[in-house]
Design a protein around this ligand. Structure first.
Ligand code: C2E
Ligand code: CA
Ligand code: CA
Ligand code: CA
Length: 275
């Protein structure tokens, strides 16, 4: 029994070493991906329910890996967060989204807002607001065409500092949205003090409409809350006509989801915007 125990221990050590090595390799790959130009942004349109027009898009990061093909953020953002690489990667995303949006405007396409997802690590960087100002300056994009998406949990980590930072961003003219709204723990009284333009209703509340009465009640409540706080409200993950009908009847402003389009590359997005 002693013998087996020792063998198991050795096998465990080998496995641990292999895992650590694999993680180090992934870290190096991710670190080099920016310099190698392997990141690309996809864009998912957002449509206003009244005008039926695309007025904005969310930028979503993809990694074109030389061997693994198109890698989705769920597979590398956690490691990027853990290692801090999310800061330079996030800077790349911010600059690329501003550059692309300005290029679309210069090409004569209808002006839209492009939103960028911001991680807590990025948001907490000392010079975060000046990095945003610099991305706008370098690209020549007007601030009102940039929206930053933050989560409730990011804000709640340190409400006082987060609200101060949000006010500085607002002073630049940038818009703020709360992403995945309803899944975090922001108190309603705190919400009132956030300088945010819109709430994004999390997909988990939208996906089971019209079959789940609780989800419909929650979605309806978030929409009226947004209206009372004079915020815009958008539903994420909208896939069906029945969901669109319920959201329109409930007074939701905007929708985003496969019902309109999946996230697509810049060239395909231009076709959506022009068409
Ligand atoms: P998110 O910000 O909540 O983005 C929405 C996700 O839902 C996207 O997944 C999008 O492709 C997906 N989605 C949109 N419409 C539908 C729909 O109708 N049905 C379903 N089933 N899914 C839909 P994606 O692109 O895999 O991104 C996952 C998450 O990764 C994002 O969630 C966001 O938290 C993070 N992420 C993406 N890009 C960035 C980035 O540039 N920076 C940071 N920090 N995080 C990012
Ligand atoms: Ca988002
Ligand atoms: Ca979201
Ligand atoms: Ca549900």
């Amino acid at each position: 029994a002693k013998e087996i125990g020792r063998n198991n221990l050795q096998l465990f050590d080998v496995e641990m070493a292999l895992k650590a090595h694999e993680k180090l390799r992934r870290h190096e790959e991710l670190r080099d991906a920016i310099a190698r130009g392997e990141f690309v942004l996809h864009y998912q349109p957002q449509m206003n329910l009244k005008t039926q027009r695309i007025f904005a898009a969310e930028s979503l990061l993809r990694w074109q890996h030389p061997q693994r093909g198109m890698v989705l953020p769920g597979e590398f953002i956690p490691l990027a967060e853990e290692t801090g690489l999310i800061v330079p990667i996030g800077d790349w995303v911010l600059n690329e989204a501003c550059r692309q949006n300005k290029a679309w405007q210069d090409a004569g396409l209808p002006s839209i807002v492009v939103s960028v997802n911001v991680s807590a690590r990025q948001f907490k960087e000392r010079n975060w607001v000046s990095r945003v100002a610099e991305a706008l300056e370098v690209s020549g994009l007007e601030a009102r065409y940039l929206e930053l998406e933050v989560t409730e949990s990011l804000i709640m980590q340190d409400v006082v500092t987060a609200v101060a930072t949000m006010h500085e961003l607002e002073a630049l003219g940038v818009h703020l949205a709360i992403d995945d709204f309803g899944t975090g723990y922001s108190s309603l009284s705190a919400l009132k003090s956030f300088p945010v333009r819109r709430l994004k209703i999390d997909r988990s509340f939208v996906q089971d409409i019209p079959d789940d009465a609780d989800d419909m009640a929650i979605t309806g409540a978030i929409i009226s809350l947004a209206q009372k706080l004079q915020m815009q409200v958008i539903a994420e993950g909208v896939e069906t006509q029945a969901q669109v009908d319920f959201l329109a009847a409930s007074g939701c402003d905007d929708i985003q989801g496969y019902f309109i389009s999946r996230p697509v590359g810049a060239a395909a997005f231009v076709a959506l915007l022009a068409g």
